[in-house]
Ligand binder design. Structure first.
Ligand code: AMP
Length: 282
């Protein structure tokens, strides 16, 4: 596996592979890799000739008071894991490499970004759209892989690609979980023992909400209330939001119908966790 830190080195790698007619799969991450990230890399490995993974903690998508400075990092371990998942090229730029001077262009995501995490983290998806655009241009992927744990991020990136005609196919990958149902996340290391034992209730609350919707008797407001009540009494965390919306449009629903997402975010002492279930009702 080639590890590159600069844009010229990355471009040289990409140009060589493109000239040889090889198909490139891209897996963007912020590092501190776990099995969720590796499942994206393994899928990319199966579906492409070349896999490029990027590790970049993007300051643009962190708000003031968020965890940019203390986001967990372990490049040595990440290199081993990425190599074991079959990554061909690992791009690990410094912030100055990606943003050498203030940009004269600012991206604003106007759709799918004002709900859920976008509402709680203003500017977050503008930062995501900016870095993903740069990574698409730098790596020229045929396919790019994103986790559905970050379902709003996937909806925004799919919208970005469609709106701006990026020549890339974006692929959403199912969430990888711990045995007790907690979604794998780099931020899980922030949880205290007690918080870790309660965190699986996030997924359980969402399952309860979806089962309620499937029974068909409750309104979206009642489904959200039930999910919220369960979280309040079991998760031992502050509930940031519980939402039931259409997916991927993320519009409010009059009744639970069609393709939907039930999503929640909760806050523990040092970690904010998100999870969701995407489901269909006819
Ligand atoms: P991150 O490093 O948190 O920015 O995540 C990088 C990519 O991995 C994103 O597309 C995430 O949605 C995806 N990802 C994170 N956690 C998981 C998980 N548990 N299962 C599947 N994909 C994940």
């Amino acid at each position: 596996m080639k590890v590159v830190k600069t844009i010229p080195e990355l471009k040289e790698f990409v140009q060589t592979e493109k000239k040889a007619g090889r198909q490139i799969g891209l897996v963007p991450t912020m590092g501190f890799l776990h099995e969720g990230h590796l499942s994206l890399a393994e899928k990319a490995r199966k579906e492409n000739d070349i896999v490029i993974m990027t590790i970049f903690v993007n300051p643009l998508q962190f708000g003031p008071g968020e965890d940019f400075e203390r986001y967990p990092r372990d490049l040595e371990r990440d290199e081993k894991l990425a190599a074991s998942a079959g990554v061909d090229c690992l791009f690990v730029p410094e912030v100055e490499e990606m943003y050498p001077q203030p940009s004269i262009i600012t991206m604003t995501v106007t759709g799918r970004a004002d709900k859920l995490c976008g509402e709680k983290r203003p500017g977050h998806f503008d930062g995501v759209a900016t870095v993903v655009t740069k990574l698409f241009h730098l790596t020229e992927p045929d396919k790019a892989y994103f986790g559905l744990k970050d379902a709003q991020q996937f909806a925004v990136i799919a919208g970005l690609v469609e709106s701006l005609n990026f020549p890339v196919e974006v692929i959403g990958v199912e969430t990888i979980r711990e045995e007790d149902g907690l979604a794998k996340s780099s931020r899980n290391v922030y949880l205290t023992e007690d918080e870790r034992s309660k965190a699986p209730h996030l997924q359980k609350a969402l399952q309860l909400g979806v089962q309620t919707a499937e029974r068909g008797k409750k309104s979206p407001a009642e489904i959200k209330q039930l999910t919220n009540d369960y979280l309040q009494s079991h998760a031992g965390a502050a509930v940031d939001y519980v939402e039931l919306l259409s997916y991927p449009e993320l519009e409010p629903l009059e009744k639970a119908h069609g393709k939907m997402i039930l999503a929640a975010a909760i806050k523990y002492s040092k970690a904010r966790l998100i999870d969701n279930i995407i489901f269909n009702l006819n």
